[in-house]
Design a protein around this ligand. Structure first.
Ligand code: CA
Length: 223
């Protein structure tokens, strides 16, 4: 019986990933570095610093300095905000309502430090994530795929690993959830094929948030 859901934000609660990917690509283009927009879906969950460093190592053959990583991640975040308001993921409100109605606790577990979205959570999903039940980039040293964010989430929930489950949309997020010893559900809300989530060992895979919300009441009876 699960008592807590550990819930990712980008690509789960907000349909924000296409904007993140485009913001990364544009920021890198400003640096004279060509990237493929869709590759950033694969890095989803990593810290901004780790993502900058990955591209620098590949394209420039060296690590990014802390100063560069910070400056470029801030620039990417500014571009993301300039793109305007991000819509809620269709089905996410319904998914949270099912959890709340059934007394399943919720902890937000995101690698993001993006205040434009974090500040909107209370308005967009009232009561879903109480104060003290949020793990963000500010709380962790290692981003996903390290298990640290989900282990911190378990701590905040105050339950054991077999009493909680993860809701993720990114392969590296699934890897982090599994590494933390958690039952991990993948919802494929972006362009990444189902096989990538199978490879990471996702326990269940749903093709959309609406499909997951539909299945959730019955699912909670058996996981
Ligand atoms: Ca995500």
């Amino acid at each position: 019986m699960k008592r807590y859901a550990l819930i990712d934000m980008d690509g789960v609660l907000y349909d924000s990933m296409p904007f993140h990917a485009l913001a990364w690509q544009r920021m890198m283009a400003e640096q004279g570095i060509d990237t493929d927009r869709d590759e950033f879906f694969l890095y989803e969950g990593m810290t901004g610093k780790a993502t900058v460093d990955l591209i620098f190592q590949r394209e420039l053959g060296r690590h990014a300095t802390d100063e560069e990583a910070l400056r470029l991640y801030r620039r990417k975040a500014d571009i993301f905000v300039e793109m305007g308001e991000k819509r809620k993921m269709p089905g996410a409100g319904r998914m949270l309502s099912v959890l709340m109605e059934r007394g399943i606790g919720r902890v937000l577990v995101t690698g993001s430090a993006q205040h434009s979205l974090l500040d909107r959570l209370d308005m967009d999903y009232p009561g879903a994530f109480p104060a003290g039940k949020r793990v963000t980039a500010l709380d962790v040293t290692h981003g996903k795929p390290d298990p640290e964010p989900y282990l911190k989430g378990l701590e905040k929930a105050g339950v054991k690993s077999d009493e909680a489950f993860v809701i993720e949309n990114a392969p590296l997020g699934v890897r982090a959830g599994k590494a933390a010893g958690l039952f991990t559900i993948a919802v494929t809300t972006g362009p990444i094929p189902r096989e990538a989530f199978e490879r990471e060992g996702a326990d269940l895979i749903f093709p959309s948030m609406d499909a997951f919300a539909d299945a959730l009441p019955e699912l909670l009876e058996r996981i």
